[in-house]
Design a protein around this ligand. Sequence first.
Ligand code: NAD
Ligand code: SER
Length: 326
Amino acid sequence: MKKETKRILVTGANGQIGTELTIALRKIYGEESVVASDIVVPNAESTLHNGIFETLDVTNFDDFERIVRRHNVDTIVHLAAILSAVGEANPMRCWNVNINGTLNAFNIGVKHQLSKIFVPSSIAVWGPGVPKVAPQEGILKPRTMYGLTKVTIELLGDYYFQKYGLDCRGVRYPGIISSEALPGGGTTDYAVEIFYKAVAGEKFICFVNENTRLPMMYMPDCIKAAVNLLNAPIEQLTHHCDYNVGSMSFDVKSLVEEIRKHYPNFEIEFKPDYRQEIADSWPDDVDDSDARNDWGWQPDYDLPRMVADMIEKLKLKITKKEIKQN
Ligand code: NAD
Ligand code: SER
C-alpha cells in the first residue's frame, strides 16, 4: 500500500517570515511535503511556486479545513497575521485575522488530531513599564491591538494544550531583519528598510528616533528558532506559545554606525511618527534562559555579522534584478 505523505501547511507564506521559512522547510522535508498558502497569491517569480501553493483566507474555517484534508496536513506553521502598525490602522481586522485565524488553526488541530501547530508570538505582548530586559514570566499589558491578540493567542495555546492536549508551540519573536521579502507593516520595519536605502545610496527617513532600542533577530536565526522548537521533544518543554527568544539588541544610532562601516556617506534623518510610542512600549531585550535550557536555543548572528550579510544579500539581489532588466 502507498504510504501517504504527511505535510506541513504554512499559512501567511507570502509574508516576510513565510517567504524564507517555507523555502527552509522544503529544503529540510522535501518540496512536496510543504504546502504554502496565503490570502494573497504570490507573484509569478516567487519561489513559493516551487512547491504546492493554495490560496487561503485563514478566517474561513471550511476552506482551511478543506486544505488540511486535501493535503493530508499533519503540522500547521501558522504565520498569517496582521502586524502592529497595520493593526493600529484597522484594529478589528487585526483581531479577526489574528484571533479567529488562530482559533480555526487550533480547532482544526483538535478535530483532525494534528501533530503540531507552530504559531509565533511577539515582543508586542509587553507594554509600557516592562523591565528593560523582559522576563519570561511577568505582567503583560500591551497597548496595541496586535499585542492584545498575541497575549490572547499565548493564553489560548495554554488552554488548548491543557483541555485538548493540542501540541501548540511558539516563540516571542523580536523584530525580524531579512533580505528576501519586505516586512508587512510592523513597528520594527525601519530596521529592514534602512538597508534598502543604504545599498541604493539614498538617504533614509526613520520613523523612530535615534535612541530607540529594540530586540532584533536576523532571518537565519528566526528560521533556526522555528525549526528547533518544532523538533524539540515535548517532555522538555515548559511553555507552549510564549518562549522568549533573544538574539541582538541595538538602538538606531548603533545600527547606523555599523552600516557606515560599509557606506561611510550614508545619511539618515529622524521623523518619529505614531510608531515611536509603540516602540517605546516594548522592551530593549529579553531573558531567553528558558528557551536556552529547554530546547537549546542559541542565536548565530550579532549586529556586525547581520549587517555585513544583509548588505551582501541586498547587493546581490539588486545585481540580479539589473541583469534581468537588461
Ligand atoms: P507579514 O505581514 O509579512 O506576513 C503575513 C502574511 O499573512 C501576509 O503574506 C498576508 O498576506 C497574510 N495574511 C493576512 N491576512 C490573512 C488571512 N486572512 N488569511 C491568510 N493569510 C493572511 O508577517 P510576518 O512578519 O511574516 O509575520 C509572521 C508571523 O510572525 C506573525 O504571526 C507575526 O505576528 C509574527 N512575528 C513577526 C515579527 C517580524 O518582525 N516580522 C516579529 C514578531 C512576530
Ligand atoms: N515586528 C513586529 C512588529 O513590529 C513585532 O511583532 O509588529
